[in-house]
Design a protein around this ligand. Structure first.
Ligand SMILES: Cc1cc2nc3c(=O)[nH]c(=O)nc-3n(C[C@H](O)[C@H](O)[C@H](O)COP(=O)(O)OP(=O)(O)OC[C@H]3O[C@@H](n4cnc5c(N)ncnc54)[C@H](O)[C@@H]3O)c2cc1C
Length: 330
C-alpha cells in the first residue's frame, strides 16, 4: 500500500553523502520531528547530521492525513482532564508556535498549504458529550472555537466544535523543503542509514548501518536526538510501552464538489476527513479505524473507511484510488 503523498516517489534511499566522523548533533529519523529539529539547530550554527534508515518521509509523516491543526480530535479535553488548565494552555501555546512556524516556513518556501476550518465532531449522539468537552477545553485554552449543530456535510454529523483558519498540506513537499534548507545551512541528510545503537556516556557514539555497506560505521556527536517515533533503544523500557496501531486512509476521485473543511470524529470508529488538491482535481481523503494490529491485509476497520468514503460521495460508488496505512505509537 502506498500513501497518496508517497505515490510516484522513489522509495529507495538516495546516494549516501560524504560523512565525517564527528558532528555537533546527530538526529536520527527524517520525519517532520527530525527535520524541523535538525533545521533549527543548523540555523543556530551547529553541524548537524540526519540519519534516516529508509528515505525522507518513509515513516508516519509520509502516511498522515497532513492536517496542521490545533484541534486534534479530543486531545485538548483529555489533557485538561488529566493535567489541568495550566498544562493545557502550555500545550496549546507550544502547538501555536509550531503551527505558526510551519505556516511561515511554508509561505516563504512557496508550499501549497490550504487554510480551512477544522471540526471535532460527533458521528452519533454518543459522541456529543466528548465534542462538548472539547469545546470547553478550547475555550479554557483561549482558542476561538464555536459549536456547530450542522456542518452541511453528506455524512452523519450530530454537532461539533469548529476552529477556524487551520491548515492542511501534502507533507512530502514540506519535508523536502526542510531537508533542502538544512543542507543550505550546512547540514547533511543521509538516507539508507540505520542507527543500530547509541553508546551510553559523553559524547555518544552511534553505530550506523549504511545501505550497501557490509560493515557498520561509527559516528560521534556531542548530542544525539532520537526522532524515530517508536523508540529504537532498549533504555527506560519505552519500547515495551509502545502499542503498534494500524490506521487506514483512502483517497477517492470524487465526481462532484468535495467538503472543504477538515473533520475528526470523537466517537468510534474514528473518522478523519479532508480534501487534497491535485493537478486532476480535488480528492476526498477518508481515514481512521485505527486498530491494535500491524498486520496487512486490510481489516474490517479499513473496509469501513472505504464504505464511509463511498457513502460520502454524491452520485457515485467509486473504487478507492489509493490506500495508505500508518503505524502509530500509542
Ligand atoms: C494515520 C495517521 C494520520 C495522522 N494524521 C496526522 C495529521 O493529520 N496531522 C498531524 O499533525 N499529525 C498526524 N498524525 C501524527 C503525526 O503523523 C506524527 O505525529 C508525525 O508524523 C510523527 O513524525 P515523526 O517525525 O516523529 O516520526 P516519523 O515520521 O515516523 O519519522 C521517524 C523516522 O525515523 C526513521 N527511523 C526509524 N528507526 C530508525 C533507525 N534505527 N535509524 C534511522 N532512522 C530510523 C523512520 O524510517 C522514519 O522516517 C497522524 C498519524 C497517523 C498514524
Amino acid at each position: 500500500m502506498t500513501s497518496l503523498w508517497l505515490d510516484g516517489r522513489p522509495e529507495a534511499a538516495g546516494p549516501t553523502p560524504a560523512l565525517d566522523d564527528r558532528y555537533d548533533v546527530a538526529v536520527v529519523g527524517a520525519g517532520i520531528t527530525g527535520l524541523c529539529t535538525a533545521l533549527l539547530l543548523a540555523r543556530s550554527g551547529m553541524r548537524v547530521l540526519v540519519l534516516e534508515a529508509r528515505h525522507v518521509g518513509a515513516g508516519t509523516t509520509g502516511n498522515t492525513t497532513g492536517k496542521l491543526s490545533l484541534l486534534q480530535g479530543t486531545k485538548l479535553s483529555r489533557i485538561k482532564a488529566k493535567h489541568g488548565d495550566r498544562i493545557l494552555r502550555d500545550y496549546v501555546a507550544g502547538n501555536l508556535e509550531g503551527h505558526d512556524w510551519l505556516a511561515r516556513f511554508g509561505e516563504v518556501r512557496g508550499l501549497s498549504i490550504q487554510q480551512e476550518d477544522a471540526y471535532t465532531y460527533a458521528q452519533s449522539r454518543e459522541g456529543i458529550d466528548a465534542a462538548r468537552a472539547e469545546l470547553e477545553a478550547c475555550r479554557a485554552a483561549g482558542l476561538p472555537a464555536q459549536w456547530a449543530d450542522d456542518a452541511d456535510v453528506p455524512f452523519p454529523f450530530h454537532g461539533g466544535v469548529r476552529l477556524p483558519d487551520q491548515a492542511q498540506l501534502d507533507p512530502l513537499p514540506l519535508l523536502d523543503a526542510l531537508a533542502s534548507d538544512l543542507v543550505h545551512h550546512g547540514g547533511t541528510v543521509a538516507e539508507g542509514a540505520r542507527v543500530t545503537s547509541v553508546s551510553v556516556g559523553a559524547p555518544p557514539r552511534l553505530m550506523v548501518q549504511l545501505a550497501g555497506h557490509a560493515e557498520p560505521r561509527t559516528i560521534t556527536a556531542e548530542h544525539c536526538i532520537l526522532a524515530t517515533g517508536i523508540p529504537i533503544l532498549d533504555r527506560g523500557g519505552f519500547f515495551a510501552k509502545v502499542k503498534p496501531k494500524r490506521s487506514y486512509c483512502v483517497a477517492f476521485d470524487v465526481p462532484g464538489d468535495v467538503t472543504r473543511s477538515m473533520f475528526l470524529s470523537t466517537d468510534s470508529p474514528t473518522r478523519s476527513i479532508r480534501y487534497a488538491p491535485t493537478a486532476d482535481g480535488d480528492l476526498l481523503i477518508v481515514g481512521g479505524a485505527g486498530t491494535r494490529s500491524a498486520a496487512p491485509p486490510m481489516r474490517p476497520g479499513g473496509r469501513g473507511v472505504v464504505a464511509l468514503g463511498q457513502a460520502t460521495l454524491s452520485g457515485g460508488d467509486p473504487d478507492p484510488l489509493l490506500v495508505g496505512a500508518g503505524l502509530l505509537a500509542d
